[in-house]
Ligand binder design. Structure first.
Ligand code: ZN
Ligand code: ZN
Length: 365
């Protein structure tokens, strides 16, 4: 099969012919319906050889995967051929610690490094992917796997960041989503679905802010020198009780801390590499600052169920697998609004409607 692979550290990925995978004991081969493109992929490509230790390239990219079970190894009992599944990417998790057994495999206490399909293991940018254990599969029922693919990272990352904040968000309080691209549009929707708070979207791009309104944002604010002042005004001076930063740059984090209320919570999911000082009177008293990375199998089940009920709008730009380079190029140059998903079996995927192209969404011709 032809796979889109990182052949060497810090080199541009290439298509390469590799053998079709087969399922050994306990393993499952999934026929890939959709494999999402993610900002993390650029980080993966940029890592130097030393970072990888023994798990370095070559490997196939793609960690946001959904499709159908194609082959099960001996001992696999909970899934059978043809089952529609999404793939939990926390493949370096142990499966037996407290976190893993709570469905938070992303926080496994014994994982030695962040490894996942497309991050050390062969991933989903190929017609088939070998899943090392059946516990990484989540059934998706009738949900189109192309929509399920981005839920396995973009969806659960924002959901897992929001869920622990819920008890402290009261109706009428203000919550803020910074950066309403592929991640942030999920955050806007989860906050609308799960809270009674006023949802404010912050972004630099006007078309994205327009889209955020369509996805349920009550107010929008342009990122810039007046953003903090505007947010303070919107909240009658008290600030936001919860802020999710889907960018994670110095500027967005600084804006977030300055806009947070006393005892507010700021969670950073964007991986832009920014940081912000933490200390007495450097953040509002009682404030909680957290990061959040990916999610776990329970979070994936939750977001799959919300999508299956039709409660989530999932914005997907569909690319055939052989257009992978173009997909990443569009991503890198800001030509996507939603999530780009590669489809190795493009002619066999049935659209269930509901998706829109990025170009339409952004108001382009
Ligand atoms: Zn991702
Ligand atoms: Zn564990």
């Amino acid at each position: 099969m032809l796979a889109y692979r990182l052949l060497q550290a810090q080199m541009q990925p290439e298509f390469q012919e590799v053998p079709d995978p087969h399922a050994g004991p306990g393993q499952v081969v999934v026929r890939v319906a959709g494999s999402g493109l993610c900002h993390t992929d650029f980080t993966v490509i940029s890592r130097d050889r030393q970072y990888w230790k023994t798990d370095g390239p070559p490997f196939t990219l793609g960690h946001e995967i959904a499709g159908w079970v194609e082959e099960v190894g001996t001992g696999v009992t909970k899934f059978k051929n043809g089952d529609a599944v999404a793939v939990n990417p926390s493949w370096a998790s142990c499966g037996r610690c407290h976190m893993c057994r709570s469905g938070e495999e992303n926080h496994c206490l014994y994982q030695k490094a962040i490894r996942a399909p497309g991050v050390g293991y062969d991933g989903g940018h190929a017609p088939y992917v070998l899943v090392p254990e059946e516990r990484f599969l989540v059934p998706i029922g009738d949900l189109d796997p192309v929509f399920a693919a981005p839920l396995t990272d973009a969806g659960i990352t924002t959901y897992s960041a929001i869920k622990p904040a819920l008890p402290a968000i009261w109706p009428g309080s203000t919550v803020v989503v910074i950066g309403v691209g592929g991640l942030g549009l999920y955050a806007v929707q989860f906050l609308r679905l799960l809270t009674g708070a006023r949802v404010v979207a912050l972004d630099r791009s006007e078309p994205r802010l327009k889209l955020a309104r369509e996805y349920g944002a009550d107010d929008v604010v342009s990122i810039g020198p007046n953003a903090v002042e505007q947010l303070r005004e919107l909240t009658g001076g008290i600030g936001a009780i919860f802020i999710i930063d889907c960018v994670g740059a110095n500027e967005t984090l600084t804006t977030a801390v300055a806009s947070l209320s006393w005892r507010g919570r700021l969670t950073m999911v964007g991986a832009d590499g920014g940081s912000v000082p933490f200390g007495f009177f450097k953040v509002p008293p009682g404030a909680q600052l957290t990061t959040s990375l990916n999610g776990g199998s329970i979070a994936l089940m939750d977001v799959v169920q919300m999508a299956a009920l039709g409660r989530l709008k999932i914005l997907v730009d569909r690319y055939p697998l052989d257009a992978a380079k173009k997909g990443y190029d569009d991503f890198e140059h800001g030509r996507l609004v939603g999530r780009a998903v590669l489809m190795p079996l493009v002619s066999e995927v049935k659209s269930t409607g509901g998706e829109r192209s990025a170009a339409q969404a952004a108001g382009a011709p």
